[in-house]
Design a protein around this ligand. Sequence first.
Ligand code: UD1
Ligand code: CA
Length: 485
Amino acid sequence: MSAHTDAVTAIVLAAGAGTRMKSARAKVLHEIAGRSMIEHALVAVAGAGVHTTVAVVGHDREQVSAAIAAHDPAVVQAVQEEQNGTGHAVRVALEALDAPPTGTVVITYGDVPLLTAQTLAELLVDHRAAGRAVTILSAEVDDPTGYGRIVRGDDGAVLAIREHRDASADELAVREINSGILVVDGPFLDHAVAGLRSDNSQSELYLTDIVGIAVAEGRPVGAHVLEDVWQTEGVNDRVQLARLGHELNRRIVRGWMAAGVTVVDPATTWIDSAVTLAPDVTLLPGTQLLGATEVGEGATIGPDTTLRNVEVGEAATIIRTHGSDSVVGARATVGPFAYLRPGTELGEDGKIGTFVEVKNSVVGAGAKVPHLSYVGDADIGEGANVGAGTIFANYDGVTKNRSSIGRHARTASNNTFVAPVTVGDGAFTGAGATIREDVPPGALAVSAGPQRNMDGWVADKRPGTPSDRAARESESATTLEETGE
Ligand code: UD1
Ligand code: CA
């Protein structure tokens, strides 16, 4: 087995049913840390220097295939119509290759999401250094129920993997288990899976039987014991999914702290796998950073903030905010209680303040929307200030239209901008104005007419109400004062 090339092929098994998830979604498409389990598996093998990856799909094949193709179209997909066991799945994978593998093959599962590229790389190094035909990734667990056991001889040499259901009482007592992750010499694998038989309690082709075959043929076999048992754990139900999701998050948060991020409360901070954080970011309690969120140096996020696919500039501050698919410039401030919907772009030093919702809009550098507003489909120029309680009425019930506010414009409280409308650079508006027509640069626009008081309206239209009584009491008190009685 020595004259092989060092090309590495990965086989990712993902054809199983996942009945215990009780889900319309395929098991391997359930997510932790913002990635489906199959994506975690593909990211790990890709990071371990694999040249060709074959994924074996079967159950919920359409969903799983589409997700794999979307993640990486270069992954070869092999369809296992019936799940006749892990050995059968590997046969199907090998048949899908143009030629039998001449190098090394890594076999892993689509439902073991904490396994890292580093562990796979170390497993490959160990396998090659020892010159083995098969290297098993094993682990010592407290409760080995259900797992295949590593059967060792008196000298400690690995002899076989025995499935739980086929194990003797002595073998059942073994706590060293087969994680299912194996590294195998390619030509040996091709030969060994061809010789598998289904004479076992499940009448399946067990991949694990290749260990016994190697031993019988005098080929070297060994196990690489992984201390970090979490990395070998699979997911069969939603309790395990949450448990591994929690542990993965703990690892991600710890990693960012090691890289110079302050996390005030790791227990309530959730960070997806693909998030990137610069040094001296501070995350306050209750923060969730999801998707491809990127946070620049010195920014402070939280408390109680959820950002998905948001790019946050240096030294920006985001307080009690829900945001997605948005950009926040350097030194800008957002919140408390802001809602950034897709397409929000806040410029450097800008402000989106309290109880403000923004969608598909640009708020320019240094521009401010400080209070109680809805900004939809608008372009707000650099240095402009939008008054409290402003609504950009972007939707006429049929189409959405854009509006724009010029540079250094000052719009007043409680304005409505009926789109499409343009307020020129440096223009002002009056309080309560409804702006339906364009405002030239430098102009003041007022729309409310002069105030008109209709005396006696309440006595006439709302007689006998508490308002009417209050008005009459106020009137007679004034009369008494005036007559001096
Ligand atoms: C398998 C191993 C066992 C190991 C355990 C670790 C065998 C015979 N047994 O047992 O030694 O301790 O994993 O979790 O290999 N799959 C397919 N096609 C099939 C069968 C399985 O793609 O026909 C996939 C499944 O989707 C899953 C993986 O292979 O991702 C393991 O299958 P599973 O049925 O969970 O194997 P176990 O019986 O638990
Ligand atoms: Ca399993």
